[in-house]
Write a protein that binds this ligand. Structure first.
Ligand code: ATP
Ligand code: MG
Length: 404
């Protein structure tokens, strides 16, 4: 059945989860020179590695591939499968604390690692966040607001649920979905067998399609000591189910409500590290949670330049037992993702970003520019949201224009 969400949100103040004073004393700050182990070698791992270096740490990255973006920055790159317990054991010996840059890591690997070294966020948090069904059930049982959904395990289930909603819906695989992959839209009366077989999964959710006004996200950091801070929230614009642009300070959004939800979720799940919440804003002003990401998030890349502390530095601070940094927003910002298709006709016209010290380009050093692959991003800072959005869009068009 569809779940209704009128239950009030359970509030968890930081102190609810803060540790007792005696325990607090036992938490050691990771000394400079220690090694942060990062699972995953994508761009998030790359930027986490850079932040770790700035804090005086060394980095060992573990992934199944050798030449991911983080491999160019890490002090050491270890290649192995997440099923190879021996290789994971070797990795655990090198790291003083282990964190991750993506949630699709087998929980068994995290459990094995956590027997040797602290793993943050822990296996319990990742188990929830890597499975859409567990994540939705967790949020629902804690009274957090969600889009109506039903768990489906067959084409017949999908048909029944679609009939029940009698409205446009989205079928989403329970595991391994990202950037809108593993999803398909359905209208009442559509061929559910075709949709189900196309998804190639055994477990999924059918979720009602939400007519949102906009999308947003809030990133919360929760430290080893249970301290929590949120970054100011951003509006997110997607293209083909993939994040395209993030803009700071959406005035039409109740930022206090979003931040409160961010802390409530981070506290309830007990994350150590970052927890991102993706939201839908409804016409009546209320927020629904779309999904969680227990790590730095694409929508927070602007914090590298816009905020006192970046999301990457904060992620490292949280797992290293350092005090969390200030999340004060120093400038309004617009972040634009650069996808592989931008390279379709050759190298983009980088001149479009030059001549203004307020445009910051980040390229992730990926070898091949494929359609739908995140190759980099740029961020524009300024004081006026509308103006920098306009500026960012113009620059993006110019990047493309002259590349022919
Ligand atoms: P990512 O990992 O990139 O965040 P994902 O594959 O996990 O993406 P979702 O966040 O669930 O997928 O969905 C991607 C996008 O599709 C959303 O940001 C939103 O634009 C759209 N979308 C998803 N669910 C719904 C819904 N119930 N109603 C309307 N739009 C939706
Ligand atoms: Mg999403």
């Amino acid at each position: 059945m569809a779940h209704q969400h009128s239950i009030p949100i359970i509030e968890h103040s930081p102190s609810t989860h803060a540790l007792k004073e005696r325990e607090l004393k036992q938490i050691k700050t990771l000394p400079p020179g220690s090694v942060i182990g990062i699972l995953g070698s994508g761009q998030l791992g790359q930027m986490m590695s850079q932040a770790a270096h700035q804090l005086g740490y060394r980095v060992c990255v573990y992934d199944t591939i050798a030449d991911g973006p983080a491999s160019f920055v890490a002090d050491e790159m270890m290649v192995g499968s997440f099923e190879d317990h021996e290789a994971l054991g070797r990795f655990s010996k090198k790291a003083d604390v282990i964190t991750l840059e993506f949630e699709n890591i087998p929980v068994s690997a995290l459990q094995i690692l956590s027997l040797k070294k602290p793993v943050y966020p822990g296996p319990g948090v990742i188990a929830i966040c890597q499975d859409r069904i567990l994540e939705k059930e967790f949020l629902r049982t804690h009274g957090f607001p969600l889009a109506p959904y039903e768990i489906v395990e067959s084409a017949a289930d999908v048909k029944k649920a679609l009939f029940h909603f009698n409205a446009p819906c989205i079928l989403k695989t329970a595991t391994l979905g990202y950037d809108g992959k593993g999803q398909c839209q359905l209208e009442p009366g559509d061929d559910t067998l075709l949709a189900w077989e196309g998804l190639q999964t055994r477990r999924a959710v059918l979720e009602k399609k939400i007519s949102f006004i906009s999308e947003a996200s809030v990133i919360t950091a929760r430290s080893l000591q249970g301290e929590m801070v949120t970054f100011s929230l951003q509006e997110n614009i997607h293209r083909n189910g993939i994040l395209d642009i993030s803009i700071t300070s959406p005035s039409f959004l109740d930022s206090l409500a979003a931040e409160k939800l961010g802390k409530a979720v981070a506290g309830a799940i007990g994350v150590i590290g970052l927890m991102t919440i993706e939201f839908f804003l409804l016409p009546n002003g209320s927020l629904l949670i779309n999904e969680l990401a227990p790590r730095p998030h694409n929508s927070g890349h602007h914090t590298l330049e816009s905020s006192q502390t970046s999301q990457f530095e904060q992620a490292i601070r949280a797992v290293a037992g350092l005090p969390l940094g200030s999340t004060e927003l120093l400038h309004e910002a617009v972040m634009v993702n650069l996808m592989g298709e931008l390279w379709e006709n050759g190298e983009p016209h980088w001149e479009a970003l030059k001549g203004d010290s307020q445009a910051y380009l980040h390229l992730y050093q990926k070898k091949e520019a494929k359609k739908g692959r995140k190759m980099g991003h740029f961020t524009i800072l300024g004081e006026d949201r509308a103006q920098i959005l306009c500026d960012a869009r113009r620059r993006f068009e110019n990047l493309r224009k002259d590349s022919h």
